[in-house]
Write a protein that binds this ligand. Structure first.
Ligand code: MBD
Ligand code: FE
Length: 280
């Protein structure tokens, strides 16, 4: 890549902000005033309490103000919220479920990825770097039966940790696809193993991480949305054993049930992992 199309925090941030606006911006617009009053008051009280307890100075208050302005200007509200807040929303939203565990969606999902049937490959570049991965599995209902015609939407980073449609210079649907289970609920997906993901160091989120002395890493992961008529949508991520950030993901989104057990194969790796969906 030339310098001009090098990935930047502001570039992926602007794309993630646009993506959010085109899909989800009107969700929750009808939240009743009593609820807004309750939640806004409690969040503000928690901020006030922190200021009093730690005797926050004007210098620190102005650093916060400058940083919040920067989050907006670099388009990083989706990244900030999904990394540091979404995992708790996801826990609360799914605590009633009996079926497969899920985790956060993150900022880089795009609906409508190309349909590949029950068995096929995700779109890749001719010279796509990365270890080939063949993933087989079955989608069932927690009621018992296999779910034919269930949709598995898959998206993930490439071997450089970059996502198509958010980093520049990558074909539109690279490493993004939709699969549909066969009559027995089964699927077979051919892709590559993604690299770990690093929060951009040149944006507001990167500045917070550096200023606080944290690290910017998420472990390597595959994102999925699994859906079938009459069942709750499952949003999950799958991880690889031995990744050094499985235990300290900056986005707090790893759960032991989501770690794959890949096995070496002639040309790369194979893995078996399926999903059980809760009826609505
Ligand atoms: C990612 O790839 C991701 O999955 C999350 C949750 C946040 C930032 C980048
Ligand atoms: Fe991700």
């Amino acid at each position: 890549a030339t310098h001009r199309d090098a990935p930047t925090a502001a570039g992926s941030g602007a794309n993630a902000t646009d993506r959010f606006k085109s899909d989800k911006t009107t969700q929750g617009a009808g939240t009743p005033p009593e609820r807004v009053n309750l939640l806004a008051r409690e969040v503000l009280s928690a901020v006030h309490e922190t200021i009093r307890r730690h005797k926050v100075t004007y210098e620190e208050y102005n650093a916060l103000k400058a940083w919040l302005i920067d989050v907006g200007e670099t388009g990083e509200w989706p990244l900030f919220l999904d990394v540091w807040v979404e995992h708790v929303v996801e826990d609360v939203a799914t605590e009633h479920r009996q079926g497969s565990r899920g985790t956060i969606e993150g900022p880089y999902y795009v609906p409508g990825a190309p349909e590949q049937g029950a068995r096929g490959s995700v779109p890749t570049r001719a010279d796509e770097p990365g270890t080939p991965l063949v993933w087989t599995g079955q989608v069932t209902s927690t009621d018992g039966p296999a779910l034919a015609g269930a949709k598995i939407e898959l998206w993930h980073a490439d071997a450089d940790g970059l996502y198509s449609q958010f980093a520049p210079g990558i074909p539109e649907w690279n490493l993004r696809a939709t699969f549909t289970t066969d009559a027995e609920g089964r699927f077979e997906i051919h892709t590559i193993r993604p690299a770990p993901y690093q929060i951009p160091t040149d944006g507001a989120c990167g500045k917070l991480i550096a200023a606080a002395g944290w690290h910017p890493w998420r472990p390597a992961h595959l994102h999925v949305k699994v859906s079938a008529p009459g069942h709750e949508l499952l949003t999950a991520q799958l991880y690889f054993p031995g990744d050094e950030h499985n235990d300290d993901d900056i986005a707090s989104a790893v759960k032991p049930e989501l770690i794959l057990e890949p096995k070496p194969a002639d040309d790369g790796e194979t893995v078996s992992y399926g999903f059980a969906l809760d009826p609505v």
